[in-house]
Design a protein around this ligand. Structure first.
Ligand code: GLN
Length: 478
């Protein structure tokens, strides 16, 4: 039996019935990493010793007859912008190349409380800025479905690890699509929770008002189980919200009478035909199962991309000001005064895309331009938020593509950054509105590469979104 091909739920029942030990599970995944990660490049750090120690502890507890959480002994990967105590956390940036956090992020604490064994830290676009994982300062990650393709980004390492059987599930972060896009490109399930549902404490901040830690998993029930572990109020995150309680037991139920809206703006000319057709087929599948789908107009979505790039860059210029060579992270050699210390450390430490965003962000916040750019972006955001609320009064979920196309070839993306940003058309609206969103595989393009469908819903409607995703998963995968 190949343990690395099983879902997390299947693996957990083998562990519970003691058909396998936690050591065997961890070792199987570590062996898969040794065999596969040379060509895929999903991990920046593999924490073999830590994973085996955690597994050993689980096996001892089980042998002693202790009562244990359901998923104890399952291994997992964590995106390298989520702090792990004693384990290097680089954000795929030279500026944090040797940073070892003295604490665990809240989500990592939750994993450890559940007895999850950490396999390692996964690659990303530097600080989460990008859609291909090519903006990592350290390595390229290849898409396990086709090695000449990118895995999507910015949580590309997490998605590739799950798709290649190098982790049963992984944590990612999603500021504007970074969990959903790589999930779509690698053929796995991705969830971006409702804003405030999962603690951001210990997630290295890129754009605080937009981002959430999310889940990449092999199946919908697996994604639900992980989400269930990490949601919850945390007083250390000022934007954390008490959820009204998420009841995931409805997953497996049907979608009869589910009302689905499909925004015309996300099925337009920007979307390639294979993607449009695959998502329309997904709508028909749900209709055959009793749902009702129709097209709606959401005109304010045309402001989503500019609003997202202005707001996220503005917030990043403030968040990343802390990397100055003084407190932590890289300090350049040969500086002569304070200003040259900042300039050199930041000049050497940040990559091109990060610098571009910091410049854009400082610009839209600067006196004289603030009203014209930043304030208008906030207005557009409010309009988008209201439009979502209005549509979600009449419909239960909003269905769209995740990405305009299947995964692009490595090194072949458009050199124009604005055209790269346009790939995020379908994913950024949910972040601007703070709504939960799921990406679920719904077919393949003529190139054989996976296509994802996106479901967006009301705040805290993750269980409903996953229930609809589970129906699609069952019907599409067969
Ligand atoms: N691709 C988007 C960006 O570059 C989203 C990134 C993210 O969600 N972290 O900003």
């Amino acid at each position: 039996m190949n343990l690395t091909q099983l879902s997390m739920t299947e693996l957990a029942s083998l562990l519970q019935t003691r058909k396998i030990s936690a050591m065997e599970a961890a070792e199987a995944y570590l062996a898969q990493i040794r065999e596969k990660d040379g060509e895929i490049g999903a991990y920046l750090t593999v924490t073999e010793k830590i994973a085996l120690q955690q597994a050993q502890k689980t096996d001892r507890q089980r042998a002693a007859g202790e009562e244990l959480p359901r998923f104890v002994g399952i291994p997992a990967a964590v995106k390298d912008n989520i702090c792990t105590k004693g384990i290097r956390t680089t954000c795929a940036s030279r500026i944090l190349e040797n940073f070892v956090p003295p604490y665990d992020a809240a989500v990592v604490e939750r994993l450890l409380e559940n007895g999850i064994a950490i396999l390692g830290k996964t690659n990303l676009d530097e600080f989460g800025m990008g859609s291909t994982t090519e903006n990592s300062a350290f390595r390229i990650t290849h898409n396990p479905c086709a090695l000449d393709r990118v895995p999507g980004g910015s949580s590309g390492g997490s998605a590739a690890a799950v798709a290649a059987g190098m982790a049963p599930f992984a944590l990612g972060s999603d500021t504007g699509g970074s969990v959903r896009l790589p999930a779509s490109h690698c053929g796995v399930v991705g969830v971006k929770p409702t804003y405030g549902a999962v603690s951001r404490w210990g997630l290295v901040a890129f754009a605080s008002s937009l981002e959430q830690v999310g889940v990449l998993a092999r199946t919908v029930p697996d994604a639900a189980a992980v989400l269930d572990m990490i949601v919850g109020y945390d007083r250390r995150d000022a934007t954390s919200r008490r959820s009204p309680g998420m009841d995931f037991s409805q997953i497996g139920q049907d979608v009869k009478a589910l009302r689905i809206a499909m925004p015309r703006e996300l099925f337009g000319v920007e979307i390639t035909r294979p993607v449009r057709e695959a998502v329309e087929r997904a709508a028909s599948v749900l209709e055959r199962c009793g749902a009702a789908a129709e097209f709606v107009d959401m005109p304010s979505l045309r402001y989503a991309l500019p609003a997202y790039y202005m707001i996220s860059s503005a917030e990043s210029s403030s968040n990343l000001a802390r990397f100055d060579g003084v407190r932590y992270g890289r300090r350049a050699a040969g500086y002569t005064d304070m200003d040259s210390l900042y300039e050199r450390s930041r000049g050497e430490g940040f990559g091109r895309e990060v610098k571009r965003r910091l410049l854009l962000g400082s610009f839209v916040l600067s006196a004289g331009y603030y009203d014209g750019y930043y304030r208008n972006a906030l207005r557009a955001r409010e309009k988008i938020r209201r439009e979502f609320a209005a549509v979600l009064e009449q419909y239960d979920v909003i269905l769209s593509p995740v990405s305009p196309d299947t995964a692009p070839r490595i090194g072949k993306r458009d050199p124009d950054p604005v055209r790269q940003y346009q790939e995020d058309l379908c994913t950024v609206p949910a972040n601007l509105a703070g709504l939960p969103a799921v990406s679920v595989p719904c077919g393949r393009g003529p190139d054989g590469l996976p296509i994802g469908a996106q479901l967006v819903g009301k705040p805290f409607s993750e269980p409903l979104l996953l229930r609809a995703a589970a129906v699609l998963e069952r019907e599409v995968r067969g």
